[in-house]
Design a protein around this ligand. Structure first.
Ligand SMILES: [Zn+2]
Ligand SMILES: [Zn+2]
Length: 335
């Protein structure tokens, strides 16, 4: 307790009274020290949430920037003719940073009061065990994936597409940094899938620590950035976990404009048939590779490029149709 009393000032001394500081793990001690140092749980949670987001988002994007700069990795690029230029990456970074600092930063301070009101543990230690956290994180993955599957399809119709989601579709061959390149309204709509799961779960169970929410958000950020990376490696997760979406799934959404609306898992697109074009494309590529076995690499690449151009062309048409579509079905055109 001696160590705690010397580091925990005023407001939090009472909250942490009776705590055996020495029995805590390094991470838990750092956690207590952070809340004690800031001495205001709302500010401490807000700042920590923002910092985790920035560090993970840009930290995870750095390897993809390096990979884009190295021709060695081109053989695994899903759309090899479209490598993002440094200028494009910088323009995207500036836009993402602008939204993070002007919109997300002020709003993030609402997180602590909301979480506390719903009974979430925040400054408290010790942390829950991994056995408690793992099923909760899986549930959040499941909830977000289905929420995104529905909301993303709504964003592909009429005014919602034209005025909101179109921004995210600026890149028909996405890259890691473009994961959050989106209209602020889209960040609210689709971000709800990430944050509502934990809030609803917490409301009903009264058994959730914010550290579990952070673990979920970090994994979700990895998922989103990697899905936008534009690369499919032999060691990519979907090769081992067949229902995992990954870049191979989401890159097609950007290239073809249609199909593959979910985030983490493939099952909803499969069940509802919103992966028909994607599967037909994969089948075509597989069959052509077999049929062209004896031909040169150049010829194979040429053929694949032509198919990609065709799909992208169809996507441009589909985009026009989506803009004309009313949210409740049918065309919003007067004719
Ligand atoms: Zn979309
Ligand atoms: Zn995307």
């Amino acid at each position: 307790m001696a160590a705690l009393n010397s580091t925990v000032p005023s407001a939090l001394t009472e909250l942490y009274s009776g705590l055996d500081f020495a029995s805590l793990s390094w991470l838990e001690q750092t956690w207590v020290s952070w809340y004690a140092y800031i001495d205001n749980p709302t500010v401490a949670t807000g700042l920590m949430s923002f910092l985790i987001h920035e560090v993970v988002y840009f930290g995870r994007s750095i390897p993809w920037i390096i990979i884009d700069a190295m021709p060695y990795f081109r053989k695994w690029k899903l759309q090899p003719a479209k490598i993002p230029t440094p200028a494009e990456q910088w323009a995207c970074t500036k836009q993402v940073l602008l939204y993070h600092f002007t919109i997300e930063f002020p709003l993030i301070f609402l997180f602590h009061p909301t979480a506390e009101a719903l009974g979430m543990q925040t400054y408290q230690v010790p942390f829950p065990s991994l056995k408690t956290m793992a099923p909760q994180v899986f549930l959040f993955f499941f909830f977000e994936d289905f929420f995104h599957f529905c909301a993303h399809q709504a964003l592909h119709t009429g005014v919602l597409y034209k005025h909101i989601h179109k921004i995210h579709h600026k890149y028909s061959a996405p890259f890691g940094l473009a994961a959050e390149y989106a209209h602020p309204a889209e960040v609210f709509i689709l971000g709800a899938g990430t944050i509502l799961g934990p809030l609803i779960y917490c409301f009903f169970t009264q058994n959730l620590h914010i550290i579990t929410v952070y673990l979920w958000i970090v994994l979700r950020l990895f998922q989103a950035i990697d899905a936008h990376s534009g690369y499919d490696f032999p060691w990519s997760l979907h090769n081992f976990v067949p229902f995992w979406s990954g870049a191979e799934h989401h890159d097609f959404h950007h290239m073809a404009f249609t199909n593959n609306f979910s985030t983490s898992f493939r099952w909803w697109d499969r069940i509802f048939g919103t992966d028909d074009k994607y599967r037909a494309y994969r089948k075509k590529v597989r069959e052509a590779k077999k049929a062209m076995a004896g031909q040169s690499e150049e010829k194979k690449k040429e053929w694949e490029q032509a198919l990609m151009r065709q799909i992208e062309k169809e996507g441009i048409e589909a985009e026009k149709e989506a803009e004309a579509k009313s949210l409740f079905g049918g065309s919003s055109k007067m004719d």
